[in-house]
Design a protein around this ligand. Structure first.
Ligand code: OXT
Ligand code: ADP
Ligand code: MG
Length: 579
C-alpha cells in the first residue's frame, strides 16, 4: 500500500520509486488482518495520529476520558467476543492508568491487549529524563500473561501475532505490547511490509482432554449421591452453551451459577440451585467445577461453607496448574470446556441414571422456600426505596428484555442484585469479577453496547459509579443505548455513618441527596430522579426502549444497606473497643 498522512504530504515519489509503508500503517494493517474492529483508548503523544489513521482505515476507535475505563471496556470486549479487546494508551501515566485493567483482565482470564506508546529506549535505559520516561515493559510483566516490545517495523507482524496468540490461547489473559514512538515513523518497502504481516491461524486451538480423565470423571460422577455442577465465568466465556445445557439436562444434576455464569442456563431452569446456595455447597458429595476456580468466592473449597461431608471434586479447566490449587481434585479434566463437556456427554452411555431424586427434591424444596421468602420483599413500593423494592422492578425489566445486558457493581447494590435479578441468556451479566473491583461500570457498559448492539442496564452503587462516572460523557458522545441506574444511598454501604471526632464527614458518607441525574443532562442525555419503585420501573422501561443514554438517580434509604454487603465477614476486627 502507499503510505498516507504525514508521508503522503511529502513530495510525490519520482517515477519508478517504490511504494512505502510505515510503522503506523503496519500496526493498523496487522490489527485489521486479524479481525480487530474496535480500539478503546485515550489519545496523546505518541499515539494520537495512530488513532486518527486507524479510524480513517475503518477501525472503530472509541476515545474515553480515562484509560482505566477504556481498559475495562477492552477486557470485557475480550470476554464477550473471545478475541483480544484492545486498549490504546500514551506512555507512563496513560500506561499506568491502563495497567489496572490489564491486571484485572489477567486475573479474570479475559483476553486483552494493552498497547502503549513509549519513550525512546536509549534515553529510558540511561534514565536521562525523557518525556514520560518509564520502563513500561518491566513494570507490566508481572501483571500480565505476556509482555512484548517491538523495535523494528519489520517485526510488527510477528509482534502482533505473538500478542494475539498469548492473549487468547490456553487460559486467556492480558498481554502488554510496547510500541516506542520511533517505531511508528519507521519506513519500509510496502510489499515487504505486507509480506511481514501474520494472520494468526487457529489462535485458541481446541485442547482435547485425555480419555482417561473423562472416564475417571464419569466414574466419580456416577458414584455420587448428592452431585452438584458449579458453572463459572470460564464456562460462559467458552461459548459451549448447548453442550453445557445438554450435560445439565442429561445428568439431572443441580447447578449453581457463579455470578457471571448466571443465565448460561436460565436461572429459572428447574435444576438451578442459585437460591439454595448454602445448602448445595454444604450437602453435596461430588462437585463438578466447570470453568470456576476454588478461590475466595467458593471459600477455597473447604471450611464450614462446605460442611463436614467429604467432598470429591471434578474440575474442568484449560489450565492444568489450577488443579489441586486449594484442595485435592479427585478427577481433573484438563482441556477446553467445549471439548471436555462434549467428551463427557459422549461417555455417558444411554440410560445414564439421572441424579438421585431424593437429592434433587431436597434442593428444589430449599430453593422454592428461599424464593418464596424473598417474593413479598420484591413487591414493596416503599419510599424511600429499599434495595429489594427497587431490584424487584429491575428483575421484571430484565425478564421482559432477556437479551439486554446487565452491568452491576457496588456492595449491597451488587450482592442483592445478583440474587434478585434472574438472568435468562448467556453472557448477559457482567460484574466486578474475581477482585470485586469498583470502577468497571461505565467501561463495561460502553463495550457491551458497542460489541453486542444490545441495550445495557448498568445498576450501580453511588460509590461504585463514582469510579468511572465521567464516562457518561462518552456514552452521550457515541449515543449508546445505556441506562445507568444509581442506587443512591448517600455513601459506601450506607449513608448514615457519623465521624465520632466530629470534624470531617465519616469516611463512608457522601454529599447527602446528590443528583447524579444532572451529570447525564450536562452532556445531553436524559436524567431522571426517582423515589419509588413504580417511578423507577417507568423510567427504566422508557430508557431501555428508547435506547437513549439515560441516568436514573434512584433514592435508596441510606440505612438500608449493610457493611460490605454479603462479605462483611472479610473485614478485620480490632480487638480494642470502637471509639
Ligand atoms: O442459600 P443461602 O441461605 O445462603 O442464601 C443465598 C442464596 O441461596 C439466596 N438466593 C436467593 N434467594 C431467593 N431468591 C433468589 N433468586 C436467590 N438467589 C440467591 O441468597 C443468598 C445469597 O446468595 P449469593 O449472593 O449467591 O450467595 P453469597 O453467600 O453472597 O455468595 C458468596 C459470594 C462471596 C460468592 C458472593 O457474596 C459474591 O460473589 N460476592 C462478591 C462480593 C464483591 O465482590 N463485592 C465487591 C467488593 S466490596 C468492597 O471491596 C467495596 N469497596 C472497596 C473498593 C473496591 N472494591 N474496589 C476498589 C477499586 N476500591 C475500593 C467499595 C469502595 S464495595 C465499595 C463501594 C460500595 O458502595 P456503593 O455505594 O457502590 O454500594 P452500596 O453498598 O449499595 O452502597
Ligand atoms: P468464577 O469467578 O465465575 O468462579 P473464575 O474466573 O474463577 O470463574 O474461573 C474461570 C476459569 O475458567 C479459569 O480457571 C480459566 O482457566 C477457565 N477457563 C477459561 N476459559 C476456558 C475454556 N475455554 N476452557 C476451559 N477453561 C477455561
Ligand atoms: Mg452506596
Amino acid at each position: 500500500m502507499t503510505i498516507v498522512s504525514k508521508v503522503e504530504q511529502a513530495p510525490s515519489p519520482a517515477e519508478g520509486e517504490r511504494d512505502l509503508t510505515d510503522g503506523f500503517h503496519l500496526v493498523i494493517d496487522a490489527l485489521k488482518l486479524n479481525g480487530v474492529k474496535t480500539i478503546y483508548g485515550v489519545p496523546g503523544i505518541p499515539i494520537t495520529d495512530f488513532g486518527r489513521m486507524a479510524q480513517a482505515e475503518g477501525i472503530r476507535v472509541l476515545s474515553f476520558r480515562h484509560e482505566q475505563n477504556a481498559g475495562y471496556a477492552a477486557s470485557i470486549a475480550g470476554f464477550l467476543t473471545q478475541k483480544p479487546g484492545i486498549c490504546l494508551t500514551v506512555s507512563a501515566p496513560g500506561f499506568l492508568n491502563g495497567l489496572t485493567a490489564l491486571a484485572h483482565a489477567t486475573t479474570n482470564c479475559f483476553p486483552m491487549i494493552l498497547i502503549s506508546g513509549s519513550s525512546e529506549r536509549e534515553i529510558v535505559d540511561l534514565q536521562q529524563g525523557d518525556y514520560e520516561e518509564m520502563d513500561q515493559l518491566a513494570i507490566a510483566k508481572p501483571l500480565c500473561k505476556a509482555a512484548f516490545r517491538i523495535l523494528h517495523a519489520q517485526d510488527i507482524g510477528i509482534g502482533l501475532a505473538r500478542a494475539i496468540r498469548a492473549a487468547v490461547s490456553g487460559r486467556p489473559g492480558g498481554v502488554y505490547l510496547d510500541l516506542p514512538a520511533k517505531l511508528f515513523g519507521q519506513v519500509m518497502d510496502a510489499e515487504t511490509g505486507r509480506k511481514s504481516l501474520v494472520k494468526v491461524i487457529d489462535p485458541a486451538p481446541a485442547q482435547i482432554p485425555s480419555q482417561e480423565s473423562i472416564r475417571r470423571a464419569l466414574d466419580v460422577l456416577k458414584g455420587a449421591k448428592r452431585p452438584l455442577i458449579i458453572l463459572g465465568k470460564g464456562a460462559a466465556y467458552a461459548q459451549a452453551d448447548d453442550a453445557i445445557q445438554r450435560l445439565v439436562d442429561k445428568s439431572g444434576v443441580p447447578f449453581l451459577p457463579m455470578s457471571m455464569a448466571k443465565g448460561l442456563i436460565p436461572d429459572t431452569h428447574p435444576q438451578c440451585a442459585g437460591a439454595a446456595r448454602s445448602t448445595v455447597l454444604k450437602d453435596s458429595d461430588v462437585v463438578m467445577l466447570i470453568g470456576a476456580r476454588l478461590n475466595w468466592l467458593l471459600s477455597h473449597g473447604k471450611g464450614k461453607t462446605w460442611g463436614d461431608a467429604t467432598k470429591k471434586f471434578i474440575q474442568i479447566d484449560i489450565e492444568p496448574k489450577e488443579m489441586d490449587s486449594n484442595v485435592e481434585i479427585a478427577a481433573p479434566v484438563v482441556g477446553d470446556i467445549g471439548s471436555c463437556v462434549s467428551a463427557l456427554l459422549a461417555g455417558m452411555e444411554a440410560g445414564w441414571a439421572a441424579a438421585p431424586a431424593e437429592w434433587t427434591a431436597a434442593v428444589a424444596k430449599k430453593r422454592d422456600e428461599n424464593v418464596a421468602k424473598m417474593a413479598p420483599r420484591l413487591m414493596n413500593n416503599n419510599s424511600p426505596m429499599d434495595y429489594h423494592g427497587a431490584l424487584g422492578v429491575l428483575r421484571t425489566i430484565i425478564a421482559e428484555r432477556p437479551d439486554a445486558i446487565l452491568v452491576n457493581e457496588g456492595a449491597n447494590t451488587l450482592d442483592l442484585a445478583r440474587g434478585v435479578i434472574d438472568m435468562h441468556q448467556p453472557r448477559k451479566r457482567l460484574d466486578v469479577g474475581t477482585w470485586g473491583v469498583m470502577g468497571i461500570g461505565m467501561g463495561y457498559a460502553i463495550a457491551a453496547a458497542v460489541e453486542t448492539g444490545k441495550p445495557v442496564l448498568a445498576v450501580e452503587g453511588d460509590s461504585a459509579f463514582g469510579f468511572s462516572g465521567m464516562e457518561v460523557e462518552t456514552i452521550c458522545r457515541y449515543n449508546l443505548p445505556v441506562c445507568v441506574v444509581i442506587f443512591n444511598n448517600n455513601g459506601i454501604y450506607r449513608g448514615t455513618d457519623v465521624n465520632a471526632a466530629g470534624r470531617d464527614p465519616a469516611t463512608t458518607v457522601f454529599v447527602k441527596d446528590s443528583r447524579y441525574d444532572k451529570m447525564m443532562e450536562a452532556f445531553g442525555g436524559v436524567g431522571v430522579h426517582v423515589t419509588t419503585p413504580d417511578e423507577l420501573k417507568r423510567a427504566v422501561a422508557k430508557a431501555m426502549d428508547s435506547r437513549q443514554p439515560t441516568l436514573i438517580n434512584a433514592a435508596i434509604d441510606p440505612a438500608a444497606g449493610s457493611e460490605s454487603g454479603r462479605i462483611g465477614n472479610l473485614n478485620p476486627q480490632s480487638v480494642l473497643k470502637k471509639k
